[in-house]
Write a protein that binds this ligand. Structure first.
Ligand SMILES: Cc1ncc(COP(=O)(O)O)c(C=O)c1O
Length: 370
């Protein structure tokens, strides 16, 4: 399906305050935006307090300290300071890449049900969006990116391919081997963006990240986020990894002080606090297992997930369940604007939040099934 500039706007999850006001509730659980429910590392919070009185100064334009820490954290000889760019969220890096590669004559490829930002930034560049069929065979990766479909849609005009790995909102993942086999066949003039916003979760679940592909291919960029397991969504910080050449081209078009002072320092401390991050990953895993077990009991199907969320199938009841959950003080994410009207996305919360969600869901389903 080829589409010229359609209008799509990103619809964020509803806020706790607005739901409290609308339904007159005292307690509201937000499981709508794939945030880490435990908050930032105590080390990140401490540094933020310590340096907040210095925000009269401009931040380090080159984010040197953070890049230096990322080199150590990634710990691969092919990732050096020149292979890293820091952004005001990974969304900024995605947008800079679109600005660099796309124009009104180019085509951009991604799978149907991909992260909406790819559509927004491609539209902004007046590029032609080609959305490919997702994997339709049941089993591993169902509804995720089908690489053979992407391959079929490559034309002379294709300039960019976006692949989220793991993907949002489907939660699905592709193996590095499958990605490698695909990238081999893609002409080198096409940039392949692998969006690894959730890679810490998938790694914890036994999958390998895609860093190795940067050693083999100069037309691959990886983007990553501090908004997910690092719990810094509100302060906006993420990074991109790629060849010296691509990174220096991105550096030429970014704002000089694109990443604020507090965000840089909090990200550095979060990278160092491995113990805290691990505890978030463990809790996420426990929460995921609990939700899957309870959803199985309710006979509710869900997509494979290598992230901190589950995308659950509710068929024609999806909208009704979403509204009733809101009335009960539980905010999930409807997926209508991802063309997944029959699904709802639930972020793994704290133990208590997961229990509240299941309790409300059970109540609602028993009425629906009555
Ligand atoms: C797949 C994917 N990529 C990127 C992002 C954006 O992350 P950031 O907050 O770093 O801009 C998100 C956020 O939800 C996401 O789901």
């Amino acid at each position: 399906m080829r589409k010229k500039t359609t209008t799509s706007t990103y619809q964020p999850g509803q806020s706790i305050d607005s739901v409290m006001k609308k339904y007159g509730l005292r307690n509201v659980v937000k499981l709508a935006s794939n945030e880490n429910p435990y908050g930032p590392s105590p080390k990140s919070l401490a540094i933020a307090k310590k340096i907040s009185n210095s925000v009269n100064r401009y931040p380090d334009s080159k984010c040197y300290d953070l890049k230096y820490n990322l080199v150590a954290y990634i710990n691969k000889p092919h990732i050096k300071l020149n292979n890293i760019i820091i952004g005001n969220g990974s969304n900024e890096i995605l947008e800079l890449l679109a600005r660099l590669y796309l124009n009104d004559k180019s085509e951009v490829l991604f799978s149907k049900h991909s992260f909406l930002v790819y559509k927004i930034i491609s539209n902004a560049m007046h590029a032609t969006i080609v959305e490919t069929k997702p994997k339709m065979s049941q089993g591993f990766g169902f509804m995720g990116t089908d690489l053979s479909e992407l391959n079929k849609k490559i034309t002379k005009k294709t300039r960019m391919i976006f692949i989220a790995n793991p993907s949002n909102p489907t939660g699905t993942i592709l193996s590095v081997k499958d990605l490698d086999d695909f990238i081999k066949t893609v002409p080198k003039r096409i940039l392949i963006v692998i969006d690894e916003a959730y890679f810490e979760y998938s790694e914890y679940m036994g999958m390998t990240n895609c860093i190795i592909l940067l050693k083999k291919y100069s037309n691959v960029v990886i983007t990553r986020s501090f908004s997910k397991v690092h719990a810094l969504a509100g302060i906006r910080i993420g990074y991109g990894l790629g060849s010296d050449k691509i990174i220096s081209n991105l550096d030429k078009i970014r704002q000089p002080f694109n990443v604020n002072y507090v965000a840089q320092a909090m990200a550095v401390e979060s990278l160092k606090d491995k113990k805290y991050i691990k505890s978030s990953l463990i809790s996420n895993n426990d929460g995921m297992l609990y939700l899957k077990k309870e959803l199985d009991k309710l006979d509710i199907k869900y997509l494979d997930s290598y992230t901190n969320f589950l995308t659950i199938y509710l068929g024609k009841n999806a909208n009704d369940v979403f509204e009733k959950l809101l009335e009960n003080g539980v905010i999930l994410r409807p997926l209508d604007n991802y063309n997944l009207k029959s699904y709802l996305r639930v972020t793994i919360g704290t133990r208590q939040e997961n229990i509240s969600f299941i309790k409300s869901l059970k109540k609602i389903m028993s009425k629906i099934n009555a």
